[in-house]
Structure formats: C-alpha cells, structure tokens
Design a protein around this ligand. Structure first.
Ligand code: AMP
Ligand code: GLY
Length: 443
C-alpha cells in the first residue's frame, strides 16, 4: 500500500515508523529535513505543509492509496478535503470535522447542544461588556482561551497566570485587540481541578476504537512548573490505564468520545481519523479539556510504539469508514517518552544549534528514537525553535520503561533541555495521592 504522510515532527516519525512496519510504501511531505522520516520513506518532498495544491499534486503523482496528516494546521487549511476531492481517501478529518480542535467555541457548543457527558460551564464572549457579564455568571475561578489555534500556548488559568478580575479582563482585551488565535473571540471555562489524561482513538465516522490512556506533561520545567509547551514527555501503563485512572473512568472518557463522533455525524460532518481527547479527571469523573483532530505529540510516540496491528490497514479503514478492530492491538506494556528540546524552549528556543544523537547507543539501551523538528544538513543534526528528539522506553512496568528512556536520553548531547522527572516513581506516587485527596473532597 502506498501511503502519504504529512508532517515532520516526532509524532510523524512515529506514524511513518508504524506504517513502515506494516510494509507500506511511505511518501512523506514535510517542511524540515527530519532524518528519521527521510530514511524510512520511499520518497520525501520538502514542502510547506500548508501548501495544499503542492501536497495534493505530490500524492496524485505518486498514486498513493491513502493519506494521513500529522499536524492540525493543514487540517484547518482543508488538506483532507482536497485530497478527497482528488480521489485520495484520507485517515484524517476534513475541515468541518476538524473544528473540534480548530474552534474551541464550536467544540463547546457541540458538546452542549448534544448534551455530551463531561461538558463544563463555559461562555463564548466577543467584547469586554460580554466579559463582565460572563465573569459575573461564572465567577473568577476560570480559564481564558482564544477560540482559534494557538499551538497550545494561548490558555491562561486563574490562580496561575491570572490573579485578579483585572488580569482576566486584561488578557481578554489582549485576545480581542491582537486577534490571538485568528478570531477576536474568547472562550471562558470553569477551572477544573484534577489530573489530566489523554485518550486517543481510531474513528471511521461511526466507530471509535480506543488506544491506551497516556499522560503528557505540558510544563517546561520539573515539578510541572514554567511555561506551557507542546509537551515535554509522556507515559502509559501496561493495562491501558494510568496509576491514578480507574477502568470505569477510562470507559467514561471513551464514552464521551463516542458521543462526540455521533454528534459530529448528526451535524453532517463525519469524523474519520485519529481523535484525541484531553480530559481532566475531577472529583466527579472525566471532564473535557479539549479535543484534537489528530494524534497527540508526544502521545503518538507512546501508543504507536506499542501498536502491533497493521497501521496502514487501520488508516485505510478509518479513511473508508470501516476501521478494523482486530488490527488495533497494543502490546500490554508500559511506555515512557522523554523529549529533548532546545535550551530556552517554551520561551525562546535556541534554534540552529548542532545536537549529537548517538543512534547506536540509544538502540543498545533498548530504546526507540524519534526525530522531531530538526534539520539534517551534511550528516549533522540542527535544532529549530520546536522540540528536537523523542526517546521511548517500552517495558512491563513504567519504572523500567522510565529507566530505559532516561539512559537513552544521555546519548543526546548539545545545548538541550530535558525533564528528568517525568514518570519517575516519586512523581507518580504524588499524582496518585493527589487524586485520592481530590476524590475524597479534601483538595
Ligand atoms: P488546551 O490548549 O485547551 O489543552 O489547554 C492547555 C492547558 O491548560 C491544559 O493542558 C490544562 O492544563 C489547562 N486547562 C485548559 N482548560 C482548562 C480548564 N477548563 N480547567 C483547568 N485547566 C485547564
Ligand atoms: N500533547 C498535546 C498535543 O498534542 O496537543
């Protein structure tokens, strides 16, 4: 099977590796010279991933059977729609369905209209007068978000980034005046308290085939401090749950995703592709933080490293409306992913610096290596402003997987930053204890 893969990060390296394992011939479109993808693909085209006509032209010329799109921006630009128009089935949603990610106001309204479990109190506001009214109604214990895409960096939480009603108003004013997220519209949400987790699922318009739960770490520094990032690392547990997440809570999250797929179908925009649900596990169960219309990054590295089914068949199934359940088989193992990022990432990344990656040593540690947004030039690897390299340890228990990832990361050097605390025993125990306190009403 010939498959088009779009995107040049570690998520896409994991996608391409899973496709290659299933004997697909991969044709890649990416904007950066990712050595991992370049090596696995039959052919790759360095191209602006937003240049829809060029990407579609390449796919047509190569005669691909199915396409899969990694990042969200090309989805918003209608790449899946145009591939479909060119007769290429696509395992990623069209523009209208991708609104569950690209428009936070669309997502909240959809959940509310279809009375999806896990909905929260929110308001969509377009001016400062509306802000005053919404704060009067919701209180100040809120979260302020631009409605459009901001790469996960536009969210401000009361008590952390905003300490007074004035701070809330100031931020809303900034979103309106600077058009942050591309639309002068703000979503206010009640502030949820709990532990965050991710569930990703293969969707074919009707069915939802869930993958193991994963927990990402968005903050740049150890102890979950510092600025929000795209994600610094993530882990999963062998039973598909997480140390603080119970089976019935995971099932509730999957149920929410099933309701969203059904709601989108009713709205006339069938969802075909991987869906990403970000949940807050609260005292009263999982609540929706956001949906993404794609794999998560780093979460893709966790689940795709565990996938033993045929990924190209899964992609074909999602695209054609028949995702084969029997193929979505995940090894009953834990996974720990740690990201190497450039110094300064989250504030001002040190781009264009050479990093050294000892691939052989990483393999010898038993870890998997995924290149992210780097550029290879003359056999050397250089950073960009985004994340650089992901390493994944897979083992029976999280502790061992963490040990493998941690050893592997020692074989990457340069002016880099890593969060060593992710998935360490002390951190997991603290999360379990905190969730117990929240469940008992003590926190
Ligand atoms: P998002 O871009 O929507 O994923 O938000 C980024 C981060 O902000 C999330 O990972 C959460 O940590 C936090 N966040 C978003 N919405 C809420 C909410 N309603 N309550 C508490 N925290 C939130
Ligand atoms: N890990 C968060 C995201 O992919 O949006």
């Amino acid at each position: 099977m010939k498959v088009l893969a779009v995107g040049g990060g570690a998520r896409e390296h994991a996608i391409v590796a899973a496709l290659a394992r299933s004997d697909a011939q991969v044709f890649a479109c990416l904007k950066n010279s990712n050595p991992g993808i370049a090596r696995l693909a039959v052919e790759h085209l360095l191209v602006d991933e937003m240049d829809v006509p060029k990407v579609v032209g390449f796919a047509k010329m190569k005669g691909v059977d199915v396409a899969v799109i990694g990042p969200e921006a090309p989805l918003e630009a209608g790449l899946a729609d145009e591939l479909d128009r060119a007769g290429i089935p696509t395992a990623s949603p069209k523009k209208a369905a991708a609104r569950i990610e690209t428009s936070k106001s669309f997502m909240r309204d959809l959940l509310s209209k279809h009375m999806v479990k896990g909905s929260i109190r929110y308001a969509i506001v377009e001016d400062l007068k509306g802000m005053e009214r919404a704060i009067d109604e919701l209180g100040t214990e809120i979260v302020v978000k631009p409605t459009g895409l901001t790469g996960g960096k536009g969210v401000k939480v009361f008590g952390e980034h905003m300490l007074s009603r004035k701070d809330v108003m100031d931020y809303a004013n900034e979103i309106f005046s600077k058009n942050i997220g591309g639309t002068p519209k703000v979503v206010l949400e009640e502030r949820l308290v709990g532990e965050e987790f991710t569930v990703q699922a293969f969707c074919d318009g009707k069915r939802v085939v869930p993958m193991p739960a994963v927990q990402d770490h968005k903050r740049a520094f150890e102890g979950d401090t510092g600025p929000n990032t795209g994600g610094m690392g993530s882990y999963s547990q062998k039973d598909g749950l997480l140390p603080f997440l119970r089976r019935n809570e995971y099932d509730d999250a999957v149920g929410i995703m099933e309701s969203v797929v059904k709601a989108l179908r009713k709205e006339g925009c069938e969802y075909r592709g991987t869906m990403y649900g970000q949940f807050m596990l609260t005292k009263s169960g999982p609540r929706v933080i956001e949906f993404n219309a794609r794999f998560g990054d780093p979460e893709a590295m966790n689940v795709l490293s565990l996938l033993s089914g045929d990924f190209s068949e899964i992609c074909e199934g999602m695209a054609s409306g028949k995702v084969p359940k029997k193929e979505a088989v995940f090894a009953a193992k834990a996974s720990v992913c740690k990201y190497v990022v450039p110094e300064g990432y989250g504030v001002k990344s040190l781009a264009g610096e050479e990093i050294r990656v000892d691939e052989q040593a990483i393999t010898d540690e038993g870890a998997l290596l995924y290149y992210a947004n780097v550029n290879e030039k003359g056999g050397k690897v250089y950073t960009t402003t985004s994340r650089s390299v992901g390493v994944v340890g897979v083992a029976g228990e999280i502790e061992e997987a963490e040990r493998i990832a941690e050893k592997a990361i020692g074989h990457v050097s340069g002016r880099i930053h890593v969060r060593h605390d992710i998935a360490k025993k002390a951190m997991l125990e603290a999360k379990v204890a905190r969730m117990e306190r929240i469940r008992s009403g003590a926190a």
